[in-house]
Ligand binder design. Structure first.
Ligand code: DAH
Length: 331
């Protein structure tokens, strides 16, 4: 076997590798000396043609040459790293660790959620539980069972978002009264809150808004219990404000008598914020509660109205425009 002069080959490669000034060139030399088409690889492949003894001899030489080349390349890479750290490019790109970091801003609660949370705290402190009702309702729960007669305007196609003859987007959370009361028996004390939908849009109305529905049914429940709760709820919420409230006789098909509550803050105009009343005996019998034994009250609070008053917001629509400059004011 004629032995190729590998020491000379290695010396030449070493000179070449050590003269390299950047990573790209270094990588092309690595391919040249160790890659698939390299001379060394060719020698490895040729080994099969040799007899066993020569193969062992050449194999060990080739492996030593290969390892030396790897070492030379890796040393050169470390050297390049060092040179790179020292040169201008690095200095220009260096990180100024004294600069302040990018802030991750905390999100804030939507004002409507703040009012909802405050309301939940108040009612749960009085032992009201919280129940959930669906936003897609049927006419029975939204109207019929609540004693709302067939021709009532709130059922019309103009005011209500109907899916078909049976299903609609609920127009009021009062539908949850029926769903919950028919499942349980008195004493009953719960609130339910969520989105309701009506085809309405101006400074004080949006097609979607939120209501808090409250119900209490037991023996000897009277209108004075209802008044106490409403008065104290508003007192807790508007603790820092000077306000007047008035209870005004009204009409709802599902309560008798029915009342609307208006509020006036800082000499503004009266604004209606909730409807309430003693639950109509027809409604109680629709959910199999004996009105000779039990009585109850219900109320439905407009959350957006409360939010406007709480934060002194004049146009309800800003609550839904998702303008981050507006929203980030609320903590
Ligand atoms: N559901 C009524 C509405 O959307 C509000 C309401 C009035 C709810 C009287 C009640 C109630 O529970 O007793 O206008």
């Amino acid at each position: 076997m004629i032995m190729f002069n590998f020491s000379k080959f290695l010396l030449k490669a070493c000179d070449e590798i050590n003269s390299i000034k950047d990573y790209v060139e270094l990588d092309s030399l690595r391919i040249k000396y160790l890659g698939k088409n390299s001379f060394l690889n060719f020698q490895f492949k040729e080994m099969i043609k040799l007899d066993k003894q020569d193969r062992i001899k050449l194999g060990s030489i080739l492996n030593r040459v290969k390892n030396s080349l790897l070492k030379i390349i890796s040393r050169r890479k470390s050297k390049l790293d060092y040179l790179f750290c020292k040169n201008d490019l690095f200095l220009k790109n260096k990180i100024d660790i004294s600069l302040p970091g990018r802030q991750i801003r905390n999100g804030s609660l939507h004002p409507i959620n703040i009012i909802i949370n405050l309301s939940k705290i108040f009612f749960s402190s009085l032992g009201f539980s919280y129940v959930f009702g669906p936003e897609i309702e049927d006419y029975y729960h939204n109207f019929d069972a609540l004693n709302i007669p067939y021709g009532h305007p709130s059922r019309s196609k103009k005011d209500t978002f109907w899916f078909n003859n049976k299903y609609l987007l609920r127009t009021q959370t009062s539908s949850v009264q029926i769903r919950f009361m028919k499942k349980t028996s008195p004493p009953i004390r719960f609130i339910s809150l969520g989105r309701v939908y009506r085809n309405d849009c101006d400074r004080l109305h949006t097609p979607m808004f939120h209501q808090i529905e409250g119900v209490m049914v037991d023996k000897n429940i009277s209108i004075s219990n209802l008044k106490w709760i409403i008065i104290n709820f508003l007192r807790a919420l508007f603790i820092n404000k000077k306000y007047y409230i008035r209870f005004r006789p009204s009409y709802f098909p599902f309560t008798e008598p029915s009342i609307e509550v208006d509020i006036k803050i800082n000499n503004s105009k009266w604004l209606e914020i909730l409807g309430c009343g003693m639950i109509h005996t027809n409604v109680l019998s629709n959910v199999n509660i004996d009105s000779n034994i039990y009585s109850g009250f219900a109320f439905g609070i407009g959350v957006e109205r409360l939010t406007m008053l709480y934060y002194n917001i004049k146009d309800l629509r800003v609550l839904f425009e998702n303008d981050i400059r507006f929203l980030k004011q609320f903590k």
